[in-house]
Design a binder for this molecule. Structure first.
Ligand SMILES: [Zn+2]
Length: 344
């Protein structure tokens, strides 16, 4: 072993700064098994990557932090039973509680930080550069469009080359988890979600604070109000929201088509799917719009049949009354891989 601080020491240090923490295993999943899991089932994090396959995408549970609770269960226990093993709902700033959690999780290699809790009301933006997305650029463009500039704040480098930006939200402002809702490659961790704490070790590497943080204790900068408005639960996907007036439909559709046409190789399918989902969610899916989306994607070099399949899949998934529901947020091509990556 090396001289890196233990996961418990790291977790206690974070808790001393007001962050509620709980143990994570090497796959970024909660390290403690659920007390509601049948005894024969494997632990939630065996370190071997034997994570059970998940549903069609993160919309079923962006950060299902209640291991052992089958998706769709009517009332998952969030710790009301008093036993540990409820993922993010175990999180605490109380050293004795944290020590007890880690004592039950000898294989923990890291710790999760619960989002949305006092005093910081942590809100994480997970910028994922995999699959060709350019989330930082997308974020800057969003800021230009909606009138905000991101403040200097805490940033954590992820082993895959992405980054987590930490912000604080005002008390009482609920920010939900979402995947790709703001833009491709940007996941949001809010209430009920968690971020992998810096110093944590995972199968893919170590999470580390990036330099450039403001001096003083590690405190997230307040999220810009305009960004919070974009993340408000009542809002549909905002950047390309399709409005009620017929003229706006066309403008919004054009914006989505431009978004598709600006795709670079490696991100074409992802961006096409994302755009088609926004159309579908707005109830504007039609053969005509599908043809325009396919043509826009084809102009970037995506084969027509592949583009058509992607659009059809997005429309199907976002159709009102579809089994998977209208709130589809994950770009195509990322859903299967993301199924294992629900924590940030
Ligand atoms: Zn319980």
């Amino acid at each position: 072993m090396d001289r890196e601080p233990t996961p418990l020491a790291l977790a206690l240090a974070a808790a001393a700064h007001g962050y509620a923490v709980f143990p994570l295993g090497r796959t970024k999943r909660p390290a403690l098994p659920s007390p509601h899991r049948p005894p024969a089932a494997p632990a939630p994090d065996s370190g071997t990557g034997s994570v059970p396959p998940t549903g069609p995408g993160p919309q079923t549970a962006p950060v299902s932090a209640t291991p052992g609770t089958p998706p769709g269960s009517p009332a998952p226990c969030r710790g009301a039973c008093g036993l540990p093993g409820h993922g993010v709902y175990d999180a605490s700033t109380e050293p004795s509680v944290i020590r007890a959690l880690f004592a039950r999780a000898p294989h923990a290699s890291g710790y999760g930080i619960a989002c949305g809790l006092a005093p910081h009301h942590l809100l994480g933006l997970d910028l994922d550069t995999k699959h060709g997305a350019d989330p930082l650029r997308a974020l800057v463009l969003l800021g230009a469009r909606h009138g905000f500039v991101l403040p200097v704040t805490l940033r954590v480098a992820t082993p895959s080359g992405g980054a987590h930006l930490w912000f604080s939200a005002p008390a009482g402002r609920t920010v939900r988890n979402s995947a790709g809702r703001l833009a491709p490659g940007i996941d949001v961790r809010g209430a009920g979600g968690y971020l992998v704490g810096p110093g944590s070790r995972t199968t893919r590497g170590v999470y580390r604070f990036l330099p450039g943080a403001p001096p003083g204790p590690p405190r997230p900068a307040p999220a810009p109000e305009a960004l919070l408005r974009l993340l408000a639960p009542s809002r549909r996907p905002v950047p390309y929201a399709l409005h009620r007036h017929p003229g706006d439909h066309e403008r919004a559709t054009e914006a989505l088509l431009r978004f598709v046409r600006a795709s670079l190789p490696g991100e074409r399918n992802t961006r096409l799917y994302w755009a088609a989902c926004r159309v579908g969610e707005s109830g504007l899916a039609s053969t005509a719009v599908a043809a325009r989306l396919v043509a826009a994607a084809h102009a970037t070099g995506l084969p027509t049949h592949e583009a058509a399949r992607t659009v059809a899949s997005a429309f199907l998934r976002t159709a009102p009354g579809s089994a998977t529901g209208p709130v589809t947020t994950a770009p195509a091509g990322t859903t299967r891989r993301r199924g294992r990556d629900r924590a940030s």
